[in-house]
Design a binder for this molecule. Structure first.
Ligand code: ADP
Length: 384
């Protein structure tokens, strides 16, 4: 139904920044199978091709089957998240724009070594969302890689998978790879040569805990090799450089390997829980697509959600906007519900009482102790 209020999954807004796709030859398509829209082979299958064959057509490496699976599982179409969809985090946005977006637009101004940056903060505060916004604003193909997804599927094949992932990112360049849940990060390439940005590496490998140190070590070194080599990505037909960006984020900075921590001189940026103003913005973003009753007091909701993460607030809004529908179907049989028209179900605007109910149900997910742990870590290691 249209009561879903999440900011993700929506299409890119029409009439977004006119600069979005200029400069770096970045294309808006970002579609599976069409990538940068410059498919050199399989052109007969161009367009919105849905079949696996045409998706694979941009990949020329040794592991077409693995590539096809990665394309299915971690390649996202340009995720349609704009800067405006991310509430608050003004400084993080500015720094990311400077570090990633501007060099893609204007490579000629960004040949110099750039600062390295890593994004650290409690879960649900918008790190993934920021990475998606970068991918959207740059018009890059987005690879959303989390250790959990990959580990479960690729156990035993992880090094091949890492190699394949980077081959794929080159094939679909310009690309953004987001590595989530890192325990080791900010292993810098040091250079920002011709608009390349490596913010981080290595994710946390769940099987580390079960003692498979050798395999996790091999995966880490493969990842380091790939990240190190990522700016030797070759050129496009028109001679321009292929661009692959690696972003990384972690919710567990204290797990970062000591040796790497010393080496990682990149600037760390703390992504905090949203403050009052950001919470208001977040609520507004979440209510963009729903009808809101006049009695809804956004300031009041924001006041009462201190300590809530962006994710928690999204859940509050989502829950509140479902309440009207819940009331309508309460006490009805399945058949009666099935026979209700969509209009009948979802016409009520979301009201303050819906928020009251949602607030009673959705609690904050990040504890005060966790925040203190983050802040303490940041005071100690935050500004390298
Ligand atoms: P993280 O990567 O920091 O754990 P995410 O970026 O995945 O958190 O956030 C989870 C969800 O919470 C997002 O999809 C979005 O709906 C909401 N959210 C979190 N932070 C923000 C924010 N700053 N602005 C808008 N929505 C947010």
């Amino acid at each position: 139904g249209n009561t879903r209020t999440g900011t993700t999954g929506r299409g890119a807004k029409a009439g977004g920044s006119s600069r979005t796709n200029t400069g770096a030859r970045a294309s808006t398509t970002g579609k599976k199978g069409t990538g940068s829209g410059k498919s050199t082979k399989g052109d007969s299958a161009n367009g919105d091709a849905e079949d696996g064959k045409s998706k694979r057509s941009q990949y020329e490496g040794p592991d077409p089957d693995l590539a096809a699976m990665l394309e299915r599982d971690v390649l996202e179409t340009t995720p349609g998240v704009r800067w405006d969809d991310v509430a608050g985090l003004t400084e993080a946005k500015r720094l990311l724009e400077e570090a990633v977006v501007l060099p893609l637009w204007m490579p000629e101004y960004f040949q110099e070594t750039m600062e390295r940056r890593s994004y650290v903060g409690p879960p649900g505060t918008g790190k993934t969302l920021l990475a998606k916004a970068v991918a959207t604003e740059c018009g890059t193909t987005f690879f959303n890689v989390s250790s959990a997804t990959l580990a479960s599927k690729w156990r035993g094949e992880s090094e091949r998978m890492v190699r394949c992932l980077f081959d794929l990112a080159r094939a679909y360049a310009p690309s953004t790879i987001l590595l989530m849940r890192l325990t080791l990060f900010a292993m810098p390439v040091g250079k920002f040569a011709a608009c390349f940005c490596a913010l981080a590496v290595i994710w946390d490998l769940p099987w580390q805990a079960s003692g498979e140190h050798e395999s996790s070590r091999r995966v880490k070194s493969e990842l380091l090799v790939q990240v190190d080599g990522v700016n030797n990505t070759g050129t496009n037909e028109d001679g321009s450089r292929k661009i692959v960006m690696v972003l990384a984020a972690t919710n567990f900075p204290w797990d970062i390997d000591e040796a790497l921590r010393l080496e990682a001189t990149g600037k760390r940026i703390y992504i905090p829980l949203p403050n009052f103003e950001s919470r208001k913005e977040l609520i507004r973003i979440n209510l963009k697509t729903v009808e809101v009753a006049a009695d809804v007091d956004i300031d009041e909701v924001a006041r009462r959600t201190e300590g809530y993460s962006g994710d928690d607030l999204t859940n509050v809004c989502r829950d509140a906007s479902l309440n009207g529908m819940r009331r309508k179907i309460a006490g009805k049989t399945r058949d009666e519900i099935k026979n209700m028209s969509k209009d009948e179900i979802s016409k009520d605007p979301v009201a303050m009482c819906d928020f009251e109910e949602a607030l009673a149900k959705v609690q904050r997910s990040v504890s005060q102790a966790d925040i203190e742990k983050h802040e303490k870590w940041f005071t100690e290691f935050g500004s390298a």
